[in-house]
Design a protein around this ligand. Structure first.
Ligand code: HEC
Ligand SMILES: [Cu+2]
Length: 333
């Protein structure tokens, strides 16, 4: 994943009405590209792949041929630009790093909305860059292996009660359990097992140890990260995974089009149902690194989009910590 973000200077000029479209047409003729937005079924972005040299301004005239869409560039942090039918939004982008950037639609324009993506290839000499593989690959996790937690908690684990427990503890391994490395590489079930096997915790009940696990998870995120993730989730995930994580979003039962090998669309495939984040067997068996891997890479044809090109690394970790809140009571601050 790209760690260095190109600075993208977007100058947005939104023009409405017939007269201004004429003006924009004239004004935009100099080296500009008209980028048409259409629902994915009707072709998506046209053109879908753009190329520009490094430090060369890319002038785009965005317009929609059907409904309202949105235009944004993945990992850039730039606000999205509305793309309205019959109007032109004139934007100028500047890339000071070579590479491939993904642009995408930010408005739920239909069941295939999230397939509305395109690329901008920025050519030029790239400085020597060391690419760090995602954590799941570093840890050698097989993110496609079937999994199911064998041990789950009887009641919803409470991070608050877990904190009370940890506050009075002085066990040798406490710093390890609370470290970010431990959290990211262990599933809640594995963490629970480690606590259960810890002789210094022998006198605590199974439920108390589940509360401790919830506390480890809660202490590895922040209210700020969770609120960013809540927004990202509502905007990008809830339509499939459901507002409250149950896998029952409005598009969960839709017949969607699966992109075939050649990149064309074949319609009528039934997708795998979206993961249910409220199911303890499913989520308590997954380490943060595994869930992050799935978010970055996507489901490879199952209907789970690939988000690595869209979100920053911090955003993917925030989303991961948010997904566990469908299991654990959050730590109130
Ligand atoms: C178009 C529907 C759709 C959207 C939108 C979507 N997902 Fe998914 N997601 C799925 C499907 C289907 C699966 C199950 C198949 C699979 O795991 O490959 C899945 C699986 C997952 C998994 C794997 C869970 C597990 O237990 O292995 C994670 C994590 C996930 N999604 C997170 C997200 C996040 C975060 C977002 C928003 C940024 C998101 N998804 C948006 C359809 C969707
Ligand atoms: Cu769209």
């Amino acid at each position: 994943m790209k760690e260095t973000f190109a600075r993208i200077f977007a100058v947005v000029l939104i023009l409405g009405g017939t007269f201004t479209i004429g003006f924009a047409w004239w004004f935009g003729r100099l080296d500009s590209i008209t980028l048409h937005a259409r629902m994915p079924e009707a072709g998506g972005w046209m053109p879908g792949d753009l190329t520009i040299a490094i430090n060369q301004p890319l002038r785009l005239r965005l317009t929609s041929d059907d409904v309202m869409h949105g235009f944004a560039i993945g990992q850039s942090g730039q606000p999205a630009v509305d793309v309205k039918p019959g109007e032109i939004a004139d934007i100028t982008l500047n890339f000071d790093q070579p590479g491939t950037y993904t642009f995408y639609c930010t408005r739920w324009c239909g069941a295939n909305h999230w397939r509305m993506r395109g690329t901008i290839t920025v050519t030029g000499d790239a400085p020597e860059q060391t690419v760090t593989p995602p954590l799941y690959a570093q840890l050698g996790l097989d993110i496609d292996a079937p999994r199911e937690a064998e041990t789950v908690s009887e009641e919803q684990p409470s991070a608050l009660r877990g904190r009370k427990l940890f506050d009075q503890l002085s066990i040798t391994n406490l710093p390890t359990y609370l470290s970010p490395d431990y959290y990211r590489s262990h599933s809640p079930e594995q963490a629970w097992q480690d606590l259960r096997d810890d002789p210094e915790l022998g006198s605590y009940s199974d439920q108390q140890l589940w509360n401790a696990v919830a506390y480890i998870w809660g202490s590895n995120t922040t209210p700020e990260a969770l609120s960013i993730a809540r927004e990202l989730y509502a905007q990008n995930c809830a339509a499939c995974h459901g507002e409250s994580g149950g896998g029952d979003g409005v598009f969960s039962g839709e017949q969607v089009n699966i992109q075939d090998e050649a990149g064309g669309m074949s319609s009528g495939h039934q997708i795998v149902s979206p993961a249910d984040f409220t199911n303890p067997e499913q989520i308590l068996s997954a380490a943060p690194a595994l869930l992050q891997g799935k978010i970055i890479r996507g489901g490879m044809g199952t209907g789970m989009p690939m988000w690595g090109v869209i979100f920053t690394e911090d955003q993917t970790w925030a989303l991961v910590s948010y997904l566990y809140t469908f299991q654990f009571e959050e730590v109130p601050k």
